[in-house]
Design a binder for this molecule. Structure first.
Ligand code: NOJ
Length: 543
């Protein structure tokens, strides 16, 4: 069912295209809510909790992959793009979830994973069973090896998860033959985007879900589908890393990806209701990101420079200015994001403990005060920290094994959410549920139910900020007028009626702003000469 412009409980939207200033809440499906007690979150679980997200005040949800998958990479290894994994529910559950979200005024964005499939996908099984040179192999990137007997990989590329980016196939009798490329896990073979069949397949996959009423797609590894045709070696010592935005690599950000997005844009635009496309593109800088957002390409891209700016006022201000300028030049909104399922939670990145929490809440007010769209990662509204001490035998991120057990990977930000109650799993699933990752007992005080009852909680702050953001249309427009407040305090006006200040120094600071305090992340004091902000604290003012 398509999105209704007059949804049940939400404030009616203005005439702006919804994605230009939407706050989009990322649901990591496995870890959100488990309806059936198998330890994995699922679509009915999400549906049952949607009213809580409507109450939080977000505009949309983004669901990470729930497709049929062996879960070698948490579902980013898709075996069937047109069905729901039984662990997560059914297509009927998906339809019911979408309808319920729309009734609550929430749009639904889903992940599409076009760079690679699962090795359990029918196409890859056919390719592996075929002879070298068979057309079914041309859906992937197969090559003979180097060396006298083809025993060396075709080039020196490494997997982003560690180890070589090539795996050699073996015949059932053990005879080695061609190699296939996988920028991620060996169970995630890269598709060959020079194949017309691959293009046609994804056109159809997009339509399949658009027909079911999704409001948009988050495009996984959007900068990776097209490879330099020569598959050249990379410089010795060059990092394969997805998170390394500083080096040009022959498998990322190639010109050919833009042609794909121009096509996808025509598909999205052929549907009513402003369907939106958002890129996960870890490219060098804001100018390269903006190339994905030209008017005939994608609507949004995650702003990873902002995510990586740290608790550093100079850097944050530079990134804000550069992002707005680059995106403004192509008429696109900027997105602001502090956390997702691939990075250490920002409470921990900002120092952990009470300091990390204080800074993270101040950073949230900064993020939500900026023009454009913001992405929230599930659990940040509860102030959840990274879980850094998961037992080794619980770790599931492929990074752990592929790095030779030297890098623990991303499981620490994927721990199931605490909803209510005094003991794990805190309402994540029915009583007796053993979650797929253990939930720390210390999270008893961080459950949503506990925070709902506490006006000083992170949840209360997020809820108040989102309400104020919506009421004052803070995300609209594109101007940020910085005030001269010294190097360690960021303060800006957004038009005449709204201002935000963040004290990123280690001591209290007076900021020459007056007006009604809309929201503050800590105890602020108003004086004739301005507002006094404790260290690591932010405030929004009206007037
Ligand atoms: C980016 C996703 O966010 C991440 O979780 C995944 O491992 C890689 N893409 C590969 O699909």
């Amino acid at each position: 069912m398509p999105f209704s412009p007059e949804p049940g409980t939400a404030t009616p939207r203005t005439q702006r295209e919804w994605w230009r200033d939407a706050v989009i809440y990322q649901i990591y499906v496995r870890s959100f809510a488990d309806s059936d007690g198998d330890g994995e979150g699922d679509l009915p679980g999400i549906r049952s909790r949607l009213p809580e997200l409507a109450a939080l005040g977000v505009d949309a949800v983004w669901l990470t992959p729930f497709y049929v998958s062996p879960l070698a990479d948490g579902g980013y290894d898709v075996a069937d793009y047109r069905d729901v994994d039984p662990r997560f529910g059914t297509l009927a559950d998906f339809d019911a979830l979408t309808a319920a979200a729309h009734d609550l005024g929430l749009r639904v964005i889903i992940d599409v994973v076009p760079n690679h499939t699962s090795s359990a996908h029918r196409w890859f099984r056919e390719a592996a069973a075929a002879e070298p040179g068979d057309p079914v192999r041309s859906r992937y990137i197969f090559r003979p090896g180097r060396g006298a007997a083809g025993e060396e990989p075709p080039n020196n590329w490494n997997s982003i998860f560690g180890g070589p980016a090539w795996t050699r196939l073996k015949r059932p009798d053990g005879t080695p033959e061609e190699w296939y490329l996988h920028l991620f896990d060996a169970e995630q073979p890269d598709l060959n985007w020079t194949s017309a069949e691959v293009h046609a397949e994804f056109d159809d996959v997009l339509r399949f879900w658009l027909d079911r009423g999704v409001d948009g797609f988050r495009i996984d590894v959007a900068h990776g589908m097209v490879k330099d045709a020569a598959l050249p070696d990379i410089a010795e010592g060059q990092k394969a890393d997805l998170l390394d935005g500083t080096t040009r690599l022959p498998y990322f950000d190639q010109e050919g990806v833009h042609e794909i997005y121009r096509r996808w844009r025509t598909i999205a635009d052929s549907y009513p209701g402003q369907r939106a496309l958002v890129a996960e593109a870890w490219v060098e800088d804001a100018e390269r990101v903006a190339r994905y957002l030209r008017p005939d390409e994608l609507h949004q891209a995650f702003n990873f420079e902002y995510l990586q700016a740290g608790w550093d006022p100079r850097r944050v201000r530079e990134v804000v200015d550069r992002s707005l300028a680059s995106n403004g030049a192509v008429g696109a909104p900027t997105t602001w994001v502090l956390s997702n399922h691939d990075v250490t939670r920002h409470v921990t990145r900002f120092g952990g403990g009470a300091t990390g929490l204080r800074r993270s809440l101040a950073a949230t007010l900064l993020t939500l005060a900026l023009p454009g769209s913001a992405y929230l990662y599930q659990g940040e509204e509860l102030g959840l920290p990274e879980v850094t001490d998961l037992p080794e035998d619980a770790l599931q991120d492929p990074t752990w094994e592929r790095s030779g057990r030297t890098e623990r990977g991303r499981d620490g930000c994927r721990v199931p959410l605490p909803w209510e109650g005094a003991e794990p799993p805190f309402g994540f699933g029915p009583a007796g549920t053993v979650p797929w990752l253990p939930v720390p007992a210390e999270w008893a005080g961080l459950t949503r139910a506990a925070q709902r009852a506490d006006p000083g909680s992170p949840l209360a702050l997020y809820t108040a900020a989102l309400r104020a953001r919506r009421e004052a249309a803070v995300g609209a427009g594109d101007a940020v007028e910085w005030l001269d407040t010294g190097p360690e305090v960021l303060a800006f006006r957004r038009g005449a009626g709204f201002a935000c200040a963040v004290n990123m120094s280690g001591a209290a600071a007076v900021v020459p702003l007056t007006g009604e305090v809309l929201v503050a992340s800590g105890p602020v004091e108003q004086r004739a000469d301005g507002v006094v902000l404790p260290a690591d604290t932010a405030v929004w003012l009206r007037g």
